[in-house]
Write a protein that binds this ligand. Structure first.
Ligand SMILES: Cc1cc2nc3c(=O)[nH]c(=O)nc-3n(C[C@H](O)[C@H](O)[C@H](O)COP(=O)(O)OP(=O)(O)OC[C@H]3O[C@@H](n4cnc5c(N)ncnc54)[C@H](O)[C@@H]3O)c2cc1C
Length: 417
């Protein structure tokens, strides 16, 4: 496989004349996280030479993808699961070390092992199409042309904060999962934690160490899931998300597909009053939040007591065994018509991320249904040739990204042959 087999010399000459110093690679990967590195590993294994046949550009100034930026108290043991990169086992690092350090070192070692020479920092500003099999990218480290683009840019660069009336008048501090650094920043604060996913519940449990004053709200009731999070469950979740993105819909939030794990740890915190859902945000004042829900004292929405009991009654026997000694507090009413106001100092938005795809905007890949439609393989963009998305939709997990990286690499090789 060489550039000359995929492009006529005339086209390359035209491009060179038009765009001067742009470097050409048959395949270009954007992003050196789990997804991009997995794709690079497969290209390497199939005999392609990094820096000659393909290259990776990455916006970070060092290895680690998004893991490079995660807060120090997120230890490897508390992360849900870091999957091995292809043929390069992570082995058994100390689970008490910060996941950000362990994963950054691991990715760095993989890059060295394969001689990937990732080009960084090289944030891609825009990708445009010169012709069907030739794309042009502008980056902070110069410009590139490529025949096939593997996009693996994750979500970390695109934090999502929903708007509520009056938010602009709120005068307290605001954090997001992306900016969260240390629980000490919240000492004795009255904290509104917004979000229905695993980040929100993890934050609430951590905040318990430094403040007794947290209020948990989200846009929907917590979706506790007492099922077994086994490979069969994982396959069903992946299948559901694949159905969404192959139809051109934007991927839904992670928790709406997975639910929240109702494990021993979270049950303890439900029972001690930490994981108590307080309702839905109505609006903000300068120092307060207005909430639609049953109120701060005792009454909680019917998602803690009865719902949890119901879940456990119908749960898998293996899950029941896990919770045999857990006492569930009785539940309360479901009065969400009630409106109440409570003072807060700080908002912690655990409201997730969107896929970081702005640089692909000039390619017009979005379907009218709001997402980028992909083919049945889960990686090939339907609206253009030679563009592959990894870490998007069903592959937005370390295990999914690893598998999809392989598929994208194989598809890109076929495309450029
Ligand atoms: C707080 C948190 C915890 C998580 N914990 C887990 C977990 O325990 N287990 C799990 O499976 N998943 C977890 N995830 C999901 C996780 O993000 C994915 O599993 C996986 O790590 C994402 O890999 P990726 O390669 O797709 O993206 P990333 O790791 O985000 O890598 C993307 C790379 O692309 C680069 N990039 C972005 N935009 C550009 C651009 N325009 N130009 C050039 N480079 C660019 C970035 O700098 C980055 O290096 C978690 C997510 C969050 C937010």
């Amino acid at each position: 496989m060489a550039s000359s087999t995929t492009l006529s010399p005339m086209t390359l000459a035209d491009a060179a004349q038009k765009f001067g110093t742009a470097k050409h690679f048959d395949i270009l990967i954007i992003g050196a996280g789990q997804a991009g590195l997995s794709a690079a590993g497969t290209l390497h294994r199939r005999g392609l030479i990094p820096g000659k046949d393909f290259a990776i550009v990455d916006g970070n100034d060092g290895p680690g993808g998004a893991w490079r930026h995660r807060w120090q108290s997120l230890t490897l043991g508390r992360a849900h699961g870091i999957h091995d990169l292809p043929n390069f086992p992570l082995e058994h690092p100390d689970t008490w070390r910060p996941a950000s350090d362990v994963v950054s070192e691991y990715y760095g070692a993989y890059e060295d092992h394969l001689g990937l020479k990732v080009i960084r920092p090289a944030k891609v500003k825009a990708a445009t199409r010169l012709q069907d099999n030739l794309y042009y990218l502008t980056t902070q480290a110069g410009d590139f042309t490529t025949n096939a683009l593997i996009n693996a840019t994750g979500t970390w660069e695109t934090p999502h904060i929903p708007y509520y009336p009056g938010l602009e008048n709120f005068s307290g501090t605001q954090w997001h999962t992306k900016t969260f650094r240390d629980v000490e920043d919240f000492t004795n604060q009255r904290v509104l934690v917004v979000g229905g996913g695993a980040s929100a519940t993890q934050f609430l449990m951590m905040l318990k160490q430094v403040t007794n004053h947290t209020v948990w709200v989200s846009r929907s009731l917590p979706r506790w899931n007492a099922g077994l999070f086994d490979p069969d469950w994982g396959r069903k979740v992946e299948q559901r998300v694949t159905t969404q993105v192959t139809a051109g819909y934007a991927p839904r939030s992670v928790v709406s597909n997975t639910g929240l794990a109702l494990d021993q740890h979270s049950l303890r915190y439900i029972n001690n009053g930490t994981l108590v859902f307080r309702g839905f945000i109505d609006s903000f004042w300068e120092h307060e939040v207005v909430i639609n829900g049953p109120g701060p004292d005792g009454a909680t929405i019917n998602s803690q007591g009865p719902a949890v009991n119901d879940l456990l009654r119908n749960a898998d026997p293996a899950v029941l065994d896990l919770h045999r000694n857990t006492e569930i507090l009785p539940g309360h009413g479901t009065d969400i018509d009630h409106q109440w106001v409570t003072p807060i100092d700080t908002i912690l938005w655990a409201t997730g991320f969107r896929h970081s795809l702005d640089h692909l905007e000039p390619l017009g890949l979005h379907s009218e249904r709001g997402g980028i439609q992909v083919e049945q393989d889960g990686v090939t963009a339907a609206a253009a040739t030679g563009i592959f998305l990894v870490g998007y939709g069903a592959s937005a997990s370390t295990i999914g990204a690893t598998r999809a990286g392989r598929r994208a690499a194989v598809a890109a090789i076929r495309y450029t042959e």
